[in-house]
Design a protein around this ligand. Structure first.
Ligand SMILES: CC(C)(COP(=O)(O)OP(=O)(O)OC[C@H]1O[C@@H](n2cnc3c(N)ncnc32)[C@H](O)[C@@H]1OP(=O)(O)O)[C@@H](O)C(=O)NCCC(=O)NCCS
Length: 163
């Protein structure tokens, strides 16, 4: 399989992105919405490519001390190949380097693939926003990840084979 590369989103990517957006969300963002995000000084957006083809994208608002994921999507033909995970890890690494303490996101209770992805990345449910998704009336699960703790590290004294 060809390698997946990640780079910042550019305005000329938007036709390919809108194609993915329209088959990924019940209330897709418009071209203008993406342009506004790219001009937002807090917005940070990346695309995933295989060769020259955009296969996914993800973005967030990077606010003082806190990152808020605004979108992540992978083209249906390319799902299940760890591209969503790679995009999310790109956001996490970027936010961590910029000093964010936490990363927050909303997800539909019915969106099990996304919930599983976020959980596997260390996000945990901290609350519910009632009737958050106006188009379906669904609530949103709010998930949070602490970015600066060393939860993934074993304590040095617990590591085997060091003595
Ligand atoms: C959510 C989404 C971005 C995941 O992208 P993806 O590239 O298919 O996901 P990955 O291959 O990186 O999978 C990473 C993890 O997510 C979970 N996951 C992904 N697809 C899954 C599925 N169909 N069923 C269950 N878990 C799934 C698994 O935990 C998986 O880890 P594993 O492969 O080690 O088991 C993709 O399904 C998508 O674009 N959905 C439509 C848009 C959307 O709902 N975005 C999120 C809005 S909150």
């Amino acid at each position: 399989m060809l390698e997946v590369t990640i780079r910042p989103m550019k305005i000329w990517d938007l036709p390919q992105i809108l194609n993915i957006e329209n088959c990924s969300f019940p209330a897709p963002w418009s071209y203008r919405a993406f342009v506004s995000e790219l001009n937002n000084s807090h917005g940070v957006y990346f695309v995933a490519l295989i060769g020259e083809i955009i296969v996914g994208y993800a973005g967030m608002w990077l606010l003082p001390g806190e990152a808020h994921v605004t979108t992540v999507a992978v083209h249906p033909d390319y799902r299940g190949r760890k591209i969503g995970r790679k995009l999310m890890n790109t956001l996490i690494d970027f936010a961590r380097i910029r000093g964010a303490q936490t990363m927050l996101l909303e997800v539909r209770p019915s969106n099990l693939p996304a919930r599983k992805l976020y959980h596997s990345l260390g996000f945990r449910q901290i609350g519910l926003r009632v009737n958050y998704y106006v188009e379906t009336g669904e609530d949103a699960i709010v998930m949070l990840k602490y970015l600066q703790e060393t939860e993934d590290c074993e304590k040095p004294e617990e590591q085997e084979g060091l003595r």
